[in-house]
Design a protein around this ligand. Structure first.
Ligand code: SIN
Length: 277
């Protein structure tokens, strides 16, 4: 992977790195974009600090990494359907993304990742946790790796977006579009890094393919507890102007909801991915 020309400071041993010296509003050379793709594939989430980005500049930066997925459930920024709003107002108590999940695993071709830009963060709290599914996979026993290698799992959007929770009305909608189910391998080979990753998540995976929900629950429960082990995670403290770009194929994320009475406004652009194997 070509990340040797970048200023890369890992956030933890398993996942996450801060990238220095990159201004995402600039017209970045192709070589640097290739290095950033390499750093993303390796670290799972890359973080850029002190960025000053208009909506159009955020969109232009995202387009360097792939086509943009127009989100069908989230409210979007005025005049910019490419930008999903991840917002919580001071009077709202429910946040978006407040549990471990991988975005879009319910799609047949799950999104590559998202670029989340912090426009207004609370003075304390509102951090995001990330977990490495490379590390989770690596730490499984050979026996369980072998068992999982032949298995597939069913992922769904219905139970999450099919009924909009009272506390999310106005921010999440289009419940009638929550018709997606998809079946993916339980362990995948990451398309860029070639590394193996665990690919089930508590947000959207409903059962193993060919198994009932009840039969699946004990093994899925074990995998979820295992994958969320603290040593596989990092915790990102946001500042206004921070941008995190995470890889949905190799990480989970979890938005902490510990800032009641404060506003948090993030702009999210999701990049299209491809089939998983
Ligand atoms: C998300 O799950 O996409 C939101 C993450 C966050 O707000 O930190």
């Amino acid at each position: 992977m070509r990340s040797n020309h970048l200023e890369v400071r890992p956030l933890a041993s398993a996942v996450g790195a801060e990238i220095g010296g990159v201004d995402l509003s600039a017209d970045l050379p192709d070589g640097l974009i290739a290095d950033l793709k390499g750093a993303l594939a390796r670290h799972g989430v890359i973080v850029f600090r002190d960025q000053i980005l208009s909506e159009d500049q955020h969109i232009a930066a995202a387009r360097r990494f792939g086509d943009i997925n127009i989100n069908r459930f989230f409210a979007t920024a005025d005049g910019h359907p490419e930008i999903a709003l991840v917002v919580k107002e001071p009077e709202q108590t429910v946040n978006i993304g407040g549990g471990w999940h991988t975005d879009h695993s319910y799609d047949a071709e799950p999104a590559l990742g998202s670029m989340l830009f912090a426009r207004e963060v609370p003075p304390i709290g509102g951090d995001t946790m990330f977990a490495s599914m490379y590390a989770a996979y690596d730490a499984l026993s050979d026996g369980l790796k072998e068992t999982l290698s032949g298995m597939r799992a069913v992922h769904s959007s219905r139970h999450v977006f099919g009924t909009v929770r009272e506390g999310l009305k106005g921010r999440i909608g289009n419940a009638e579009l929550a018709t997606q189910d998809a079946v993916h391998p339980v362990t995948i080979v990451h398309p860029e890094s070639g590394l193996k990753a665990l690919y089930v998540n508590p947000g959207f995976t409903v059962r193993f393919d060919g198994w009932t929900v009840e039969e699946s629950a004990p093994l899925l429960g074990y995998l979820y507890r295992h994958a969320a082990r603290p040593e596989f995670t990092c915790r990102l403290q946001w500042r206004n102007g921070s941008l995190a770009f995470w890889d949905n194929r190799s990480t989970w994320h979890y938005a902490l909801n510990d800032y009641q009475g404060e506003r948090r406004l993030m702009h999210r652009i999701t990049i299209e991915g491809g089939p998983l194997h």
